[in-house]
Design a protein around this ligand. Structure first.
Ligand code: ZN
Length: 367
């Protein structure tokens, strides 16, 4: 019998909607994969780094970005979170006033020069000296964190036993958590056993998103043939790290780990001297997550395994963010689906499997 799962619509707790001509096709790809809620990252150009138009700095405001998203089709999504980009211009008054007005719910920490359009970020040591995190905790503003140490020499950045993420979670996250135990933190796109251990030993104020690519692949997949469509940040890791991620989501009691695709479109992924970071999984992420559960040893025709999948995809994220679970449903079926490029006025976007030479995936979706 064909395995079929009827699932509540889900929350993509980490995605990049981009801007201008990309905004509307990307929002459509989120709706097409059953999202009723999304968290849209603020690393636009300029970044979304002020709450109101009158605040300090040559940035977009949360208000403006929300308006753009609504006008590009986002009004069909029930919950759109637009975090503020944490910069040197983020003040405690902005946080207090933004939270009071209801506009500011989340703030995103990027390490300086961490990933695409991330050069406005601050060093964690510097933020820890300010009152920003205290103001966030006092005003119930959640922190979304890209947990990688910056400015490392190459052997510390990525080596067999330790990476920039390991260092950040060992040294910075423990300090942050202990200094601000009441701050709610979503650890974005965790990729290492170190980060998984940190989350699991940190209590219910700490949650984490995991991407499809970090569950499906390891660094070997990236290197064999130099498949640059698999290049994202944090970079894919080794098998013991992937095993820790898979264990985390296939534990029956999991409440802390949830879906966040980090889907990030690039119309030009590769340049003459490098490669943009990000995997695009718009339209197909639930199907890829289902595949990842199967690759982790789950049989999704079994009720208990399907429940673990639902917890990860549909329940834990909304519960952590305090929004109601969706009452609408969509269906995933274990039957092949074709994957095609998404045309935009800025050029085609290539979904991850196509970039790896696969034009079909093993699960299909129906809304
Ligand atoms: Zn991201």
């Amino acid at each position: 019998m064909t395995t079929r799962m009827t699932l509540p619509k889900w929350f993509d707790a980490h995605t990049h909607l981009r801007q201008d001509a990309l905004l509307s096709p990307i929002i459509k790809s989120q709706i097409d994969m059953g999202c009723y809620a999304i968290l849209a990252m603020p690393n636009t150009k300029p970044p979304v780094a002020k709450v109101c138009k009158n605040d300090l700095g040559e940035y977009w405001s949360t208000e403006e970005y929300r308006e753009k998203i609504q006008n590009a089709g986002g009004d069909k999504i029930d919950h759109v979170f637009t975090p503020l980009y944490l910069t040197k211009d983020t003040t405690t008054n902005m946080i207090k006033d933004g939270a009071k007005s209801g506009i500011l719910t989340n703030i995103k920490y990027y390490p300086p020069h961490g990933t695409t359009n991330a050069d406005h970020g601050m060093a964690m040591d510097d933020v820890l000296k300010t009152d920003v995190f205290k103001a966030m905790a006092d005003n119930n503003v959640m922190l979304n964190i890209h947990g990688e140490e910056h400015g490392l020499k190459s052997t510390d950045y990525f080596d067999k036993d330790s990476t920039a993420e390991d260092i950040f979670y060992r040294e910075k996250m423990t300090r942050l958590r202990d200094a601000h135990p009441n701050l709610k933190i979503a650890c974005e796109h965790v990729t290492t056993k170190t980060a998984v251990d940190f989350v699991q030993t940190s209590g219910e104020n700490i949650g984490a998103t995991i991407t499809p690519q970090h569950l499906l692949y390891t660094v070997g997949d990236l290197i064999m043939g130099l498949k640059y469509h698999l290049f994202c940040l944090p970079v894919l890791k080794f098998e013991q790290d992937r095993a820790a991620l898979r264990d985390a989501i296939t534990t029956a009691s999991n409440t802390q780990f949830f879906a966040g695709t980090d889907s990030a479109a690039h119309t030009t992924k590769c340049t003459e001297c490098g490669c943009a970071a990000g995997c695009f999984t718009g339209g197909i992420a639930p199907q890829l997550y289902a595949q990842a559960f199967e690759d982790s040893g789950m049989d999704l025709s079994r009720v208990d395994h399907e429940l673990m999948f639902k917890n990860f995809l549909c329940f834990n994220g909304p519960d952590f963010y305090g929004i109601e679970r969706s009452s609408e449903t969509f269906t995933l079926t274990k039957s092949p689906q074709n994957v095609t490029t998404i045309p935009t006025d800025e050029g085609d976007i290539t979904p991850l499997p196509l970039g790896l030479g696969q034009d079909t995936i093993s699960w299909s979706i129906k809304l």
